[in-house]
Design a protein around this ligand. Structure first.
Ligand code: ARG
Length: 469
């Protein structure tokens, strides 16, 4: 195609939706404005803007913030993205002075800045919701500290545990998720502004000032890396995918426990709705959907990694595709966690059914072997002998109702057997009480970390508020 022929309709300037990222990056508007306000402050400090110019630009940016908040901002798809929309609206408000806003800046460092600021709030929102769910898990663990239930490996009855121990097993996974999210936020807390398109600027910019004002721990080390790095989004998508996997695993156990076969969880309305065809059905729709959503979040992670793979340095327009998966994963995980946080306090367990399942003699074979070890018999020999007597007993009782040897049947006392499991981190009463205390203290520490993140995030609102003088 010769240079004189008109460009195809999808790249015609002003652009049309194919190039447009507005539907997704509108979500970044508050961060974009806060970044611009601080950028203007910096330009004034280094002498690139006069005091009255800087003030007029900041006032204009804050006016735009109010327009966006009340919904009167004239979003224009033809202007491609949030950055250009803001800048051109600013020029309408303050006149040609608006053209000075982008001094020493590129949309490349600008979008990376917006994303890093957005990530803070994402981490805070998701971590807070995990903490809400966690506090229900811990409360329920305390209530059912002594309720025996069978513990499973390979989905076969294995050894006795308690429902409380099971609730805390669910809790610790989510606790590590909060830790991971906070670590991701910590690594992402570096300001890229000042990197420009990729090679910094000939102007005397002050990236450290910008970093400090926006609550970052430091400014970028390398201008090429600063505009091309998307590690923070890849990491947070992994964190979210693992949260979704943990949520789906909890959900799966609820689905199983609510079957007639298990019967541990009552099929109450909290679990979901009925079938449109089968009058007797009550389906566990809520946990099933939580389980299903994990696939989507994993897909979001894979989508971003696939976009990033093999991209040459520095900025490439492919990177515009980074936002949709993160926004989707964010909303999806918040929804799933919210549903679980509502469901967990409403779960009703059938304690009788749990207790009778926990009285299955098969669960106590290890206890018998360990009792023999206490009498000096080598564990391997004890294992062999108990195994043989269980096999023998199950043959004589028939394959559908295996019964352990007489000694085991007589000695089945779930509470005592659980209590014998006194190893730290085990389900016995003493280590469980310790574990419960530890979980409660850990949860309080997580809340503390989130409050300090709240204070960091509050800077954005402060910057958007009216200048006082
Ligand atoms: N909308 C773009 C994105 O999301 C902003 C950066 C555009 N930079 C550029 N050189 N066209 O990545």
């Amino acid at each position: 195609m010769s240079n004189s022929s008109p460009p195809p309709s999808y790249v015609r300037s002003p652009g049309v939706p194919f190039l447009c990222s507005l539907p997704v990056d509108r979500a970044l508007a508050r961060f974009d404005l806060a970044g611009s306000i601080v950028h203007v402050e910096m330009l004034e400090r280094v002498g690139l803007l006069a005091g009255d110019e800087a003030r007029a630009l900041r006032d204009g940016l804050r006016a735009i913030g109010r327009e966006i908040e009340v919904g009167t901002f004239p979003w224009r798809e033809a202007l491609e993205d949030v950055h250009t929309n803001v800048e051109s609206r600013l020029t309408e408000i303050v006149g040609p002075l608006g053209g000075k806003l982008h001094t020493g800046r590129s949309r490349n460092d600008q979008v990376a800045l917006d994303e890093r600021l957005f990530l803070r709030e994402l981490v805070r929102d998701v971590a807070r919701r995990i903490v809400d769910l966690s506090s229900s898990l811990i409360r329920r663990a305390g209530e059912d500290a002594a309720t025996p239930m069978p513990g499973y490996t390979h989905l076969q009855r294995a050894q006795p545990v308690t429902l409380g121990h099971w609730f805390l097993a669910q809790y610790w996974r989510f606790d590590r998720d909060v830790d991971r999210l906070l670590a991701t936020e910590h690594r992402a807390n570096v300001s890229p502004l000042g990197a420009g398109a990729l090679a910094g600027s000939t102007l005397p910019l002050d990236p450290q000032y910008v970093a400090e004002r926006l609550g970052f721990t430091r400014a970028f080390e390398n201008s090429i890396d600063a505009v091309s790095d998307r590690d923070y989004f890849a990491e947070v998508l992994f964190d979210l995918a693992l949260v979704a996997v943990h949520a789906s695993s909890l959900a799966e156990e609820i689905v199983l426990f609510a079957t007639k076969e298990f019967g541990f969880v009552l099929r109450t309305p909290a679990l979901g709705s009925g079938s449109s065809l089968m009058p007797q059905k009550r389906n566990p729709d809520v946990p099933e959907l939580v389980r299903g959503k994990a696939g989507r979040v994993i897909g979001d992670l894979v989508a971003l990694l696939t976009t990033l793979k093999g991209l040459p340095l520095a900025y490439d327009r492919d990177l515009q595709e980074d936002k949709a998966p993160v926004l989707d994963a964010h909303a999806t995980v918040l929804g799933a966690l919210g549903a679980l946080a509502e469901l967990v306090p409403r779960l009703e367990f059938d304690h009788e059914r749990l207790r009778s399942a926990a009285s299955d003699p098969e669960l106590y074979a290890t206890d018998l072997a360990e009792a023999m070890v206490g009498r000096g018999i080598p564990f391997r020999a004890a294992h062999e002998s108990v195994g043989a007597s269980y096999r023998e007993a199950s043959r004589s009782a028939g394959p559908t109702s295996p019964v352990g040897p007489t000694e085991a049947v007589a000695s089945v006392d779930p509470a005592a057997a659980i209590d014998r499991r006194g190893v730290s981190g085990g389900p016995g009463a003493a280590p469980f009480a310790e574990q419960l205390g530890l979980a409660a203290r850990r949860l309080a520490a997580r809340r503390e970390s989130l409050s300090s993140l709240d204070r960091q995030i509050a800077r954005i609102e402060e910057l958007l508020k009216e200048e006082r003088k």
